[in-house]
Design a binder for this molecule. Sequence first.
Ligand code: ATP
Length: 438
Amino acid sequence: MAKKTETLLDKLVSLCKRRGYIYPSSEIYGGLASIYDYGPLGAELKKNIKNFWWKWMVQLHEEIVGLDSSILMAPRIWEASGHVESFTDPLVDCKKCKQRFREDLLEDSDTCPNCGGELTDPRQFNLMFKTFMGPLEDSAHVVYLRPETAQGIYVNYINVLNSSRLKIPFGIAQIGKAFRNEITTENFIFRTREFEQMEMQFFVKPGTDSDWFETWKQNRIDYYKKLGVRGDKVRFHQHGENELAHYAKEAFDIEYEFPFGWKELEGIHNRTDFDLKRHQEYSGRDLSYFDDVSRERYIPYIVETSAGVDRTLLTVLVDAYEEQELEKDTRTVLHLSPPIAPIKAGIFPLVKKEGMPDVAKKIYNDLRPYYNVFYDEGGAVGRRYRRQDEVGTPFCITVDTETLEKETVTIRDRDSMQQERVKIDQLRKFLFDKVETV
Ligand code: ATP
């Protein structure tokens, strides 16, 4: 039988498992469909992506503040938001092979893409996960796992206003888990049932929303370039009339060219005053804002930027992966940008003698409080470089004979493989300049 050719995604999945980026969840029990766990390097990368986003969106904007709202919320919130009624996808079944599909993702909605069989008529399927609060499992005690983090921001917007000095325009940002009982999951961590979102809701005066929408569109595309994603791999996709979500006046996706095609990475939506008006109606609370510049009272409009943490993580891995054919072998390298790379530097003694391990260990211990660095003294130095290349470590610091005389080390750059000599007492500054670049 012919051997199946390994796709880039296959290679990445295997690298992620082998080197501790991502594992299938509950693996020893046979796994749980499309749920994944992050290993030591994956956990670092995820944390770095979230920190990068937080720094870009919150720390660098005096008019944006953070929030951390709960996953379980009053069920009425999801009635007000429209999710109970219309957060649905059209589900079709194949009458022959019984496989399920999301009708809107099929090219031909009459024929099964798997076996060519006939498909059923579509049924609307609500994507929210339900559970029960308290000991009684009846309809009065149903609560939902949030399908987006945005609603936690809307229902807290008056609290945030009253406890800060913010004035319109301002934003509230949040990172947190969201859950969707997706009909089909696909492409590794691209679409999963449990995932994390990084959302920023920007509250503006009605009438200024279109300008703010443009501002945030530009800001968000700039962000991906700063994150290190190749510019020609990201583009906008405007939602047509029949793609628009129930709350949106205007929507653009930022798409990335994955090995499986151009797909959404982030959504930017003009949600108008839809959500706040609905929460005002359903809660009976006044959610209007008094604008002391224009002396008017109004319900703010909201421009939303909503990105997935896991999808960003897949994007940076796909974008960074390269196999380079060198003279003697193939070098696998992840060109992750230094701010998000899990390990910032590998630290090696050239050989395990002449006091080199002691000096390298001291450098390692001195840098550890500031950066995630990795000490390795096993095997030939070339192999140690390769091991770090494969996990995306941007720099390798090597202690050699010259170190003992001149207090300098070599720093090898992962991408160019060039080495430079740097004074040991300059290493912290060297890493700072490369890593703290948001
Ligand atoms: P799709 O049409 O692909 O189902 P969506 O338009 O419903 O996605 P949004 O509601 O705009 O997605 O969610 C914002 C972001 O959250 C997405 O751009 C994506 O990065 C992330 N996201 C949404 N659903 C998932 C999922 N099932 N798995 C991983 N990330 C997701």
